[in-house]
Design a protein around this ligand. Structure first.
Ligand code: HEM
Length: 192
């Protein structure tokens, strides 16, 4: 009797189990994005927008807050590159991890009131391609952020997971900024 060749999966077990750990966070992230989109579509926009004294309109408040959020997202990417040793001749200082954490927290905290204002006051709108893309990206941002936060404490994930999740959150936020604040400033001018 001849021995049967061992049948082995082409994907090593530790890799497939690592990827499997991404399934639940990704599903939850998709659910968050979808829920926001459905809420924004079903809820009747109130038109209620919160202005802050010293600004000419709520659009400016939102545009500046979105810009602050995007600035801290840039700090996130910069600090991540230093942490991963991707910036030649810049060794990671001891405080780089804290800079990364705090820039992420601030970016998120600043983005939340803007999104609440958008979702509650304006809703998920489709009246132009830009506005449709902005609405989709707004919901996708919170979905992608959820995925990143959920995979952050997980051990045994492939090494590319966190950088990819971070890059997706950053790209979505930057595109969000271009379809909102950048458009707003280019249309109405840069002031408060
Ligand atoms: C959560 C999902 C979101 C939805 C459904 C949404 C929807 C909208 C809509 C319909 C507009 C008006 C479109 C226009 O004429 O420009 C708008 C404007 C804007 N959004 Fe959002 N948005 C969302 C999230 C966000 C987030 C996360 C940010 C920034 C961090 C943001 C920043 C802005 C800014 C700066 C404007 C321009 C100011 C204004 O016209 O009020 N939005 N959004």
């Amino acid at each position: 009797m001849t021995a049967q060749p061992e049948t082995s999966s082409p994907v090593p077990e530790h890799v497939s189990s690592g990827v499997a750990k991404l399934v639940v966070p990704s599903l939850i992230g998709a659910l968050v994005a979808l829920t926001l989109g459905i809420y924004g579509r079903l809820h009747h926009p109130t038109g209620v927008v919160v202005n802050i004294a010293g600004f000419t309109s709520a659009g400016y408040v939102k545009s500046w807050l979105a810009t602050v959020a995007t600035f801290f997202a840039v700090v996130q990417v910069g600090s991540a590159l230093v942490m991963y040793g991707k910036v030649p001749r810049v060794p990671a200082p001891s405080w780089i991890g804290r800079l990364h954490q705090w820039s992420g927290r601030i970016a998120f905290l600043v983005a939340v009131p803007v999104a609440v204002n958008c979702l509650y006051g304006l809703g998920f709108q489709t009246y132009s391609t830009r506005v449709l893309i902005h609405s989709v990206l707004g919901c996708a941002f919170f979905g992608a952020f959820t995925v990143k936060m959920l995979i952050l404490p997980k051990r045994g994930l492939p090494g590319w997971t966190l950088p990819v999740a971070g890059a997706v959150v950053f790209t979505v936020l930057t595109a969000l900024w271009f379809t909102s604040a950048f458009w707003f400033f280019s249309t109405f001018g840069i002031h408060r």
